[in-house]
Design a protein around this ligand. Sequence first.
Ligand code: NAP
Ligand code: MG
Length: 398
Amino acid sequence: MSKISMSVPIVEMDGDEMTRILWKMIKDELILPYVDLKTEYYDLGLENRNNTDDRVTVDSANATLKYGVAVKCATITPNAARVKEYNLKEMWKSPNGTIRAILDGTVFRAPIIVKNVKPCVSNWKKPITLARHAYGDVYKNTEMKIEGPGVAELVFTAADGTVTREVIHEFKGPGILQGIHNTVDSITNFAHSCFKYAIDTRQDLWFSTKDTISKKYDHTFKDIFQDLYDTEYKEKFEKLGIKYFYTLIDDAVARVVKEEGGFIWACKNYDGDVMSDMVSSAFGSLSMMTSVLVSPKGVYEYEAAHGTIQRHYYRYLEGEEPKSNPVATIFAWAGALRKRGEMDGNKELSDFGDRLEKAVIKTIEDGVMTADLARIAVGDNIKTVNTREFFDAIKSNM
Ligand code: NAP
Ligand code: MG
C-alpha cells in the first residue's frame, strides 16, 4: 500500500510527560505507516520552552497562522513546584494562553461518544459541543470590598476627556463591588468562530445569555450574534439545513437536558466554564473529550482536553508499561489531518482522519479499552488493555 501524500505541513506542537510518550506512539503506530506525514515541528516541552525563553511557543502560534492547522500535545503550565522540578529561569505562562492570545479564538470541546459508555443524561445520543468565549467578564475583573456607607459609581472617561457616570448603588453599610468588561472586537470574533464551526461541522448553533436582566452587557452579545447571522451566515445555514437560535441561559439549561444532542452550545466565559464541566462529566470522561481552538483568522488548533497525566508519567519513569488512554490525543491528530485534507482538497487525507476515528470507536465498542474507560463501560465483553495493546487493536481495525 502506498502512503497518503501531503502537500502542506501541519504545525506539530509536542508537549510534556505522559502525553509526550503517547504522542510518539500515536505517530509511530497509527500515522506514519499510512501517511507520508509532513509537519513543521515545535518542541513545546517545558525544557525547550525554558531554553528558548518561551520563544518556541510564540513561533509555533505564528506558524499556525501561516499554515492554518496545528495539533498540540498537552503541556505543563508551570507553578512553583514545576519551577523547582525543571529548574526554570522563570514561571513561564500557560502555552495555551499564549497561543490563544495570538490566534484569538474560541475553544470548542466535544465528547467522543461510544455505545458502551452511557451518558448520565439518558436521552443524550449525540455529542453536545460547548463553545466558550475565552475573554473578559469575571475572568478579568476588578473588585472592591466596601467597608461602610457611600456611593459606588461607574465612571468612563472617553479619549477626548468626556466623562460618563452611572450610580451603581448607595451603600448604607458594608458590601462588595465588581467591575467587568468585554470588547466588541472580542465578541465579534467569538461569534464568527461559532458560526464558522457550526457550518464546518453541520450542526445547529445555540447561544444563550441573560439579556433580559443585563439589557446592555448581555444584550450586546445577543445583538452582535444576531447581526452577523443576518448579514453573513443566514444563507449558508439555510443551505445546509442547520439553525441558529438564541435563548435565555436558564431556558437553554432546561432544554439541553431534554434534547438528544448533536448541536453546539455557545456560552459567555463564565457560563461556558461551568457548563463545559457539567457536559463533559455527564458524558463520561475527560480522556474522551476533544478540544479545538477555532480562530476568526480561519486557522485551527487541535488538542486533547486533558493535561499531561503527571501521575501516570511518574509510574512510567519507574518502569511501568503505558496504560493511559490515548483517545483524545488520537482524535486531535485525526481532526488536524482531516482539516489539512479539507483545506488542501486532499480527500484521501481527510478520509484517513475519519477512518482513524472510526477504528478507535470500533475498538472500544468491541470491548477493548484502557482501564479508565473499562471502569465506567457497560457490557460483559470488556477487555482492559494497556496503551500498546490498545494501539494493536486499533491497527487491526484500520
Ligand atoms: P490531567 O493530566 O488532566 O490528569 C488528571 C487525572 O485524570 C490523571 O491523573 C488520571 O487519573 C486522569 N486522566 C486524565 N487524562 C487521562 C487519560 N488520557 N488516560 C487516563 N487517565 C487520564 O491533570 P494533571 O495530571 O493534574 O495535570 C498535569 C499537567 O497538565 C499540569 O502541569 C497542568 O498544567 C497540565 N495541563 C495541561 C493542559 C493542556 O495542555 N491542555 C490541560 C490541563 C492540564 P488517575 O491518575 O486517577 O488515573
Ligand atoms: Mg471549569
